[in-house]
Write a new protein. Structure first.
Length: 291
């Protein structure tokens, strides 16, 4: 199974939200990184058929998805960044509604509703409650459940762990890892550790263009030698913040330890540090981080 973006472009007026993107995705988890405005959501909306490209194509096994119509949509599971619901619907009602849209029969619907609720940690009591009374995390879990309805081949998740507590995020990561061998998962999130833990490949977008695509370890290695730690007196912190990109600062008792991302050491006492995927993000999006 292959999903290919061929010269994929989307313009809004003069702005190119996605600019001549050429990528082929197969089975596994792909992390999608980029600051706001980099084209992530536009790309996901085009690959789900919700938005038509200005030019270029999205191909599933060589076929243009617009021509495939329902045959392609049947292979999709999608969790948008803002997951809407009907007032007056319970959790059960919401999943049954999605099952009806996918054409599932009654027997399969009831089985899937029960199994998916269990997989995302929603009890039978939770599923019987109105969604309007759910917490943000519960709504997100319900959104993940509906995206998994009918075992889709392609799973597109936009900020899936927003609002989830650490334990729920671990449950989600384990769930996605467990199902990724047999499907394609595209995961966009600002919680970089989620991608670092489970993505086989990371795609980094900047201004609608593909900047990098590689496994997390290779992308992290690309900024080796560009991350430093240095301890400074408290009164020096503001000066460093004005002239350097600070990824983290920590009180040490004798001063303040700064984690600095940049091409050169910021002070003679600076010590090279092992980079993380968060450092990669800060390094490649320094302009966005400083705004």
């Amino acid at each position: 199974m292959e999903l290919t973006f061929k010269d994929l472009t989307k313009r809004f007026g003069r702005k190119r939200a996605v600019d001549r993107l050429n990528v082929t995705l197969t089975h596994g988890v792909y992390g999608l990184l980029g600051p706001n405005g980099s084209g992530k959501t536009t790309l996901m909306r085009m690959m789900t058929g919700l938005l038509k490209p200005t030019s270029g194509q999205v191909l599933y096994n060589g076929q243009e998805i617009g021509r495939m119509g329902d045959a392609y949509r049947a292979k999709l599971g999608f969790l948008p960044q803002e997951f809407g619901f009907y007032r007056g619907f319970t959790g059960n009602d919401m999943l049954r509604y999605i099952a009806a849209l996918k054409g599932l029969d009654e027997k399969k619907t009831e089985r899937e509703v029960k199994e998916l609720a269990e997989r995302v940690g929603l009890s039978s009591a939770d599923m019987g409650r109105l969604v309007s009374g759910y917490s943000g995390g519960m709504r997100r879990r319900l959104g993940i459940a509906q995206a998994l309805m009918d075992d889709p081949e392609i799973l597109v998740l936009d900020e899936p762990t927003a609002g989830l507590d650490p334990q729920e995020r671990v449950r989600f990561r384990n769930l996605i890892s467990g199902i990724s061998a047999s499907r394609l998962v595209l995961l966009s999130t600002h919680i970089i550790s989620d991608i670092e833990f489970i993505a086989g490949d990371v795609l980094i977008l900047r201004k609608g263009k593909l900047l990098l695509q590689a496994p997390p370890a290779e992308i992290i290695a690309s900024v080796k030698g560009k991350v430093w730690t240095v301890e400074v007196p408290p009164e020096e912190v503001e000066r460093f913040q004005k002239t350097c990109l600070i990824g983290n600062l920590r009180q040490t008792g004798t001063g303040v330890e700064l984690r600095v991302v940049g091409d050169e050491a910021t002070a003679p006492a600076a010590v090279p540090a092992e980079p993380t995927l968060e450092d990669v993000y800060l390094y490649y999006f320094r302009e966005a981080s400083s705004q």
